[in-house]
Design a protein around this ligand. Sequence first.
Ligand code: HEM
Length: 490
Amino acid sequence: MFTVVLLCIACFAYWCRCRQRAKTAEPPSMPGAWPLVGHLPLFFGDGCKIWNQMNNALEQGYKIGGATKIKLGPVTAYVVADPDDCDTIATTCMEKDPIYEFAKPWFGESLFTSSHKIWKNDYKLLNPAFNPIILNTFMGVFNSESRKLVKEFEKHAGKGRFDLFTYLRHNALNIICMTALGVGFTDFNLASDYLHAVKAIINTLVERVVKVWWHSPYTFAWSKLKKKQDAYLKILHEMSNAVIQKRKSEIFGNTCVERNFATGTKFKPFVDILLELSVEKGAFSDEQIREHVDLMLAAGHETTPNALLFTMVLLGSHPDVQEKIFSEMQEVLGGDRDVDKMDLSRLQYLEAVVKESLRLFPIAPLIGRKIERDVKLKNYTLSPGWHRHCIIVICGLHKHPAWGRDRHEFKPERWLEPSKLPSNLVYAPFGVGRRQCIGKTYAMMSMKTTLAHVVRSYRIKADHTKMRLSYGITLKPHNDGHYISIEKRI
Ligand code: HEM
């Protein structure tokens, strides 16, 4: 009898140990791995294929306890989708994933790519450039550029689908130059070359992520991909240097300090703060100023156009929602006047639409953090190591079952009842933890103003079920933006 009891205790202890081990083990691999190369063949191809595979990884993560693992040859990427686990990573891992190093030739040690130590210092210095008082002075530019966009759309009214994305990208580039960077560019060719180079360099970055043999800087240095990247970098840096030179000559020539292009009101662009800090406190070298300007140029125009395109496609597919926005606009704005900061807070339904659109189409769907020591999640443990990466799947949070059965549907109304919303851990379009988007309020103000002008001028038609998505650091429409048609409202 005693032996049986002892045996039972031993079995129970063994079972507990196995359970504990399973609990602290690293996440299991996503199915479909090949010997040696792992999931590499699944990810080879265009941004559409990468996006589809990431969604498969996400589904797998949901099924097996919140996380899974992708193997790309020697490279391991943890894919984490559970909201509590993402929060654990966001609050314990402050360094960006080593994959961000690939973007350093472009952004250097600017906020997006820098170490936590540099980020903490620079964020404190630069965050005031995005305070509400400064942002409010940008309203004139947001309005005047939205009006220009509405005018440019005129030739497409009643003429079928057109490439909306190209218009939106040019528009966003103008806006970021005129606001945060304080310069107006009339050179359409320079802007077109810049936009083309951004698209191309992003393709090289994504290609490097998938072609793992170029991960090492030593092998990459010999690749044709690097030569291509260097050529695009030259164009990108020409643009940022041109912006800095133009603003410097305006400041030091006393021709335009602190004026708003559209309204003439007082105005302090981000780049002026950089230049002042470098002159007065020696806070930034010329190279660092260039890196910050490069980031601002890219982040300012690679995000809002995508979000506006997705929102317009959703509006075109949901005429009832579009008409509700229109009615709200009539109520708040009345006639054809400009949108002001007070209007923005009154346009509640429009805000709900933008939030819901960012939920379904998060522009930054995947972000990465460095695992520097064991990180214990609910069901697994992530360990640091050579060629190990950690991806927080923002799009996974946004489609988490906590959103309810209608989580795949476009329902702006859900935002009108804040008490019924799930925990804010399942919504992170602007990132997680402390290293979130510095341009979050700027982006919302600019997008709401553009939508207000477009929706009150045109009726949009689209079919979101026909839209194909592609991953290219940000989430984009596949190929181009031929997804909507417009008709003039009378
Ligand atoms: C819909 C629009 C936007 C979305 C969804 C978005 C999203 C994000 C996300 C998710 C991050 C964090 C990335 C990470 O953790 O690696 C980020 C960082 C950043 N964003 Fe945005 N962004 C948007 C618009 C903008 C705009 C308009 C600007 C500039 C005016 C901007 C400037 C930045 C900068 C500078 C960072 C780096 C911040 C840091 O690490 O401290 N973003 N953004």
